[in-house]
Design a protein. Structure first.
Length: 309
């Protein structure tokens, strides 16, 4: 069983506008609501591919019901802890010239009793769990040590963990030695304090992570493709030639692909190929992390893994 754990559940509202002009009323030409939050995004994408998962985490308010309905429509099982506040509603604005602005919120509030309820749910499902996916931002009331604890709980039982977060959560979670992390190049820069502006810099940073933590990074670099750094090898994954509608949630496609290969007991190369195809398929859709199975299957044949360096 795949378990995804999302502390800060989210719905993304994407607005397409002709242009961004400060001080003016702007009328959207299209509006789409879709899943947000890295682990729930992975569950949503996996569901589209016919791969079941259990989504855990915190949720509240009216947006909680939207999260549940979107996930369950794709066959995802849900078991969220009801906390205070409201599941987040983030806004993604995309102008006709490709300019993208994302406005995030922080509206969930987690109390100690809510955290204990999630611990109990997580412990209860670990014996049946094949792989755990967790990451993203944290709501009010939760510190970065949350990731150290929950990754540690899974790793103590030798369950592979796929982790995706920015600083400071990424650095803290790494101390529990997740199996894979999926930073983008900006998140990798925040972690290392060094610029990651090309594949060579990404490889150097990734190799350091492997040696220090025993964790394999799969680094997404937007239009420059991706790089997977493994213990004894590395792969560069060139970007596919597609017309991007929205790149929001594309990295979560890679997260889903890695997870699928661990769940199926396949070589990681299969997960990287599927992840790249999912990420590209997401870029064809207007909503965050949305994709169509037929696009994924079509694009899969185009993905290349090139040994690096």
């Amino acid at each position: 069983m795949i378990v995804t754990l999302t502390a800060n559940t989210t719905i993304d509202q994407t607005l397409f506008v002709p242009s961004l002009i400060m001080g003016r009323t702007i009328r959207a030409t299209k509006t789409v609501q879709s899943m947000g939050g890295k682990p729930t995004d992975a569950s949503w994408i996996l569901g589209e591919m016919g791969i079941p998962s259990l989504a855990l985490g915190f949720a509240a308010g009216a947006m909680k019901h939207k999260v549940i309905s979107l996930l369950e429509a794709r066959g995802v099982q849900t078991d969220f802890v009801e906390c205070e506040g409201e599941t987040r509603l983030n806004t993604v604005i995309i102008a006709d010239d490709g300019t993208t602005v994302t406005i995030t919120t922080n509206t969930l509030n987690v109390l100690p009793q809510h955290l204990e309820q999630l611990r109990e749910k997580f412990r209860a499902v670990l014996p049946q769990t094949t792989v755990v996916v967790l990451g993203g931002t944290l709501p009010t009331g939760i510190q970065p040590e949350f990731y150290l604890e929950f990754i540690g709980m899974a790793r103590e039982q030798n369950i592979p963990v796929v982790f995706d977060a920015d600083q400071p959560n990424l650095g803290v979670g790494l101390q529990a030695h997740p199996t894979y992390i999926k930073p983008n190049h900006h998140e990798l820069e925040h972690l290392t304090g060094k610029p990651v502006n090309d594949i060579a810099a990404a490889y150097a940073a990734g190799r350091e992570i492997v040696e220090r933590y025993g964790t394999c990074p799969v680094i997404t670099m937007g239009k420059d493709g991706a790089l997977a750094v493994l213990p004894n090898k590395a792969y560069f994954i060139p970007p596919l030639n597609i017309e991007v509608v929205s790149a929001s949630g594309a990295g979560d496609g890679m997260l889903a692909g890695i997870t699928a290969s661990l769940f199926r007991g396949q070589p990681i190369e299969e997960g990287l190929r599927l992840g790249a195809a999912c990420a590209s398929a997401v870029c064809l859709m207007p909503g965050t992390a949305d994709c169509r199975r037929e696009d994924v299957e079509r694009l899969l044949a185009e993905v290349k893994l090139i040994p690096y360096p």
